[in-house]
Write a protein that binds this ligand. Structure first.
Ligand code: NAD
Ligand code: UGA
Length: 467
């Protein structure tokens, strides 16, 4: 029997959540030993790369924390079995994407990675272990995990009563946003801990109390915690779809979306945050979590609730298709023999993550109209961009440039799709000179001074205005 250290944490899943979250725990809790495990050996190798620019998640500030803690009390490894066995506390931080086939396809979460994690824990854990749901999960998933964990000893008839494994399950969803993950983890609005036994809730709360104000630590029952995570994402995404729907109305009426957003956000009951119009929300979670909420609502017979939330996702796709149509219309209704420069491929600034990026849908729409695309993104690699376009793999209609100027050469339009700060200060004069005329800028993020561009000679379309 492996002896536990009493302060040993294992996290299954070294992704965008597991990696940064565990790094911040290790950083703030020098007495804890944190082992992050993953079945993806390439990912673990990258986390262990001596060159910190190669760790697999780009997040401002993450490299410094990894540098300080890695090899001290933070370890990345593929040794899943050994690290589960040593752990007192196990975070499950694996992917929970939308199911692509079978019952609930297109809506429900695919829990196969959660199930495999639970089975690994059931098999290798020793004595008592606190198992924490860090992944975003459908409400009631803890029930499934408990059933798997509690079946563990039935597999092993030789187990002595004194060696019997026991588990407590806790829900501790993560609210970090990519690009600001370290700041969000260091200064969270709240930490949510849902559980059934006070002791386990306290153990988890005590970890966070090393750096989080205890007043920000909320404890609830398991189901409230699981559901609150889905609902938080749905409410945030709903605000974006709301403001994006109004951006179209502004374009039809002469109102200006930034002015409207500023005016309504000044009402403290509404607030300014998450009212930034754009090409629709991207990222791996908003869409999948809302669709999951839609699925759960239908499952419980609440069709009106399901329809209400599904509309948030429908408006998001509508906004992306609407922007694509506007580009095509302004370029004389055809993109044949035209080159369009796509500025920005990550789903938001300050991340290299491209999952569900609006750039993907919009680029595919433009390719279907016969456009040639040249991409430029400061953090997304050529390989990562081209991976998204397997079905368009004709050699000369997709190019990835390493500078904004290279991407603009001979282009008819620049389409700004990610709000990278550096796009404001590009060499727009030279970009204009390199382009075919009339040279267009379509600014879907409202991030570049329209007057400045027009003075250079560009034709400009900016989201949510008639200017
Ligand atoms: P990810 O795909 O980046 O990482 C998940 C990792 O888990 C992968 O590296 C995968 O190899 C590993 N994995 C899966 N099953 C495994 C197993 N049985 N054993 C070992 N490793 C296994 O996913 P992510 O973006 O980190 O998201 C993880 C969860 O957190 C999801 O439920 C997501 O909804 C939620 N979440 C994500 C964010 C975000 O910003 N990305 C924020 C909050 C919550
Ligand atoms: C979002 C939530 O903000 C996190 O709280 C949550 O933990 C996370 O999802 C998750 O569960 O995965 P994230 O997707 O990383 O975080 O980034 P956001 O800042 O929320 O942006 C999501 C998308 O909405 C981006 O495409 C962004 O450009 C867009 N957005 C955001 C807008 O178009 N307007 C806004 O006002 C805000």
């Amino acid at each position: 029997m492996i002896k536990k250290s009493n302060k040993n944490i294992c996290c299954i899943g070294a992704g965008y959540v597991g990696g940064p979250t565990m790094s911040v725990i290790a950083y703030n809790c020098p007495d804890l030993k944190v082992n992050v495990v993953d079945m993806n050996a390439d990912r673990i190798n990258s986390w262990n790369d001596q060159d910190l620019s190669k760790i697999p998640v780009f997040e401002p500030g993450l490299d410094k924390i990894v540098k300080k803690c890695r090899g001290v009390n933070l370890f990345f490894s593929t040794k899943i079995k050994e690290n589960i066995a040593k752990a007192d506390i196990i975070f499950i931080s694996v992917n929970t994407p939308t199911k692509t086939r079978g019952i609930g396809a297109g809506y429900a979460s695919d829990l196969k990675w959660i199930e495999s994690s639970a089975r690994q824990i059931a098999r290798y854990a020793q004595n008592h272990t606190i198992v924490i749901e860090k992944s975003t999960l459908p409400v009631k998933t803890a029930e499934t995990i408990k059933t798997i964990l509690n079946s563990s000893d039935q597999d092993d008839r030789n187990v002595l009563l004194k060696d019997k494994k026991t588990f407590s399950i806790v829900s501790n969803p993560e609210f970090l946003a990519e690009g600001t993950a370290i700041d969000d983890l260091q200064n969270p609005d709240r930490v949510l801990i849902g559980g059934e036994d006070e002791h386990s809730i306290k153990v988890v709360a005590d970890i966070y109390k090393n750096w989080v104000d205890p007043n920000k630590i909320i404890s609830t029952n398991l189901w409230s915690s699981e559901l609150s995570k889905l609902v938080a994402n749905a409410f945030l995404a709903q605000r974006i779809s709301s403001i994006n729907s109004i951006s179209a109305l502004c374009e039809s009426t002469g109102a200006n979306i930034n002015e409207v957003s500023g005016a309504i956000g000044a009402d403290t009951r509404i607030g300014h945050k998450f009212l930034k119009p754009g090409p629709g929300f991207g990222g791996s979670c908003f869409k999948k979590d809302i669709l999951n909420l839609v699925y759960l609502s239908r499952f419980y017979g609440l069709d009106e609730v399901a329809d209400y939330w599904e509309q948030v996702v429908n408006i998001n796709l509508w906004q992306q298709n609407r922007i694509s149509s506007i580009v095509i219309k302004n370029l004389f209704g055809t993109l044949s023999n035209k080159t369009l420069a796509i500025y920005g491929f990550s789903f938001k600034a300050n991340t290299n993550d491209t999952r569900e990026s609006p750039s993907i849908t919009i680029s595919k729409n433009l390719l279907r109209e016969g456009a040639k695309l040249t991409f430029f993104d400061p953090k997304v690699s050529k390989k990562q961009i081209l991976n998204e376009f397997d079905e368009f793999a004709c050699e000369d209609n997709l190019l990835v440039a390493s500078t904004s100027l290279d991407a603009a050469k001979g282009a008819d339009a620049v389409i700004v799709l990610t709000d990278w700060e550096e796009f404001k200060d590009l060499d727009w004069k030279n970009i204009f000179l390199l382009m075919r005329k009339p040279a267009w800028v379509f600014d879907t993020r409202i991030c570049i001074d329209q007057k400045f561009l027009k003075n250079i000679g560009f034709k400009v379309w900016t989201l949510g205005t008639t200017d």
